[in-house]
Design a protein. Structure first.
Length: 185
């Protein structure tokens, strides 16, 4: 029993630095994981904000009235309403609307007319929001036109910062789009 106590003291003395070495190995990894969670959370928050902005833009662009257009109910007025709604939502989310960009790869959607070809983004305004109207939302059968709608797409840049990695300080584009039926009444 007497030989056991000195042996235990020696073992205890030998492992005193192990905790510091383990902490030095684990804490940087834990810090990187926490930073990654924070930055991915920020990106997800921006994605939610621009998705909501695209939905509200499509909703505003689908309405059959234009309160600020002096009786002009053309599709350009609807696109203006959609862009204004997107910009207001971005401001409400504390995002800078001037940083918004056209989606890098937007598809020209089928136009809402019999044999109408495709409808590309409306670039009549100097906005950075892709508004496509009128587009065909459903397949037309037997020569009839399908359900007509509007599509709003937007991209927003996000600078991802995770030190000591290959993705540090890279800008990614977060893209959102929404489609909604054009209201007739």
């Amino acid at each position: 029993m007497r030989n056991l106590i000195p042996d235990l003291k020696r073992v205890a003395c030998d492992t005193r630095g192990a905790e510091i070495a383990e902490a030095a190995a684990v804490l940087p990894i834990m810090f990187m994981i926490l930073l990654g969670i924070f930055w991915f959370g920020q990106a997800f928050s921006i994605y939610g904000a621009i998705t909501r902005a695209a939905q509200d833009g499509a909703r505003a662009g689908s309405l059959p009235f234009c309160a600020t257009c002096n009786g002009d109910n053309t599709l350009t007025a609807y696109a203006t309403n959609a862009v204004n709604a997107v910009q207001n939502d971005l401001l409400a989310s504390k995002l800078d609307p001037t940083l918004a960009q056209w989606p890098a790869s937007h598809t020209a959607l089928p136009a809402c007319a019999v044999g109408g070809g495709s409808k590309d983004c409306d670039n009549s305004a100097s906005t950075r929001v892709c508004v496509q109207a009128p587009i065909q939302l459903t397949n037309s059968g037997l020569g009839a036109t399908g359900l007509c709608g509007i599509s709003v797409s937007i991209s927003y840049p996000y600078r991802f910062w995770l030190p000591f990695t290959s993705i540090s300080k890279q800008t990614i584009l977060i893209t959102a789009s929404s489609r909604m039926r054009l209201e007739t009444r």
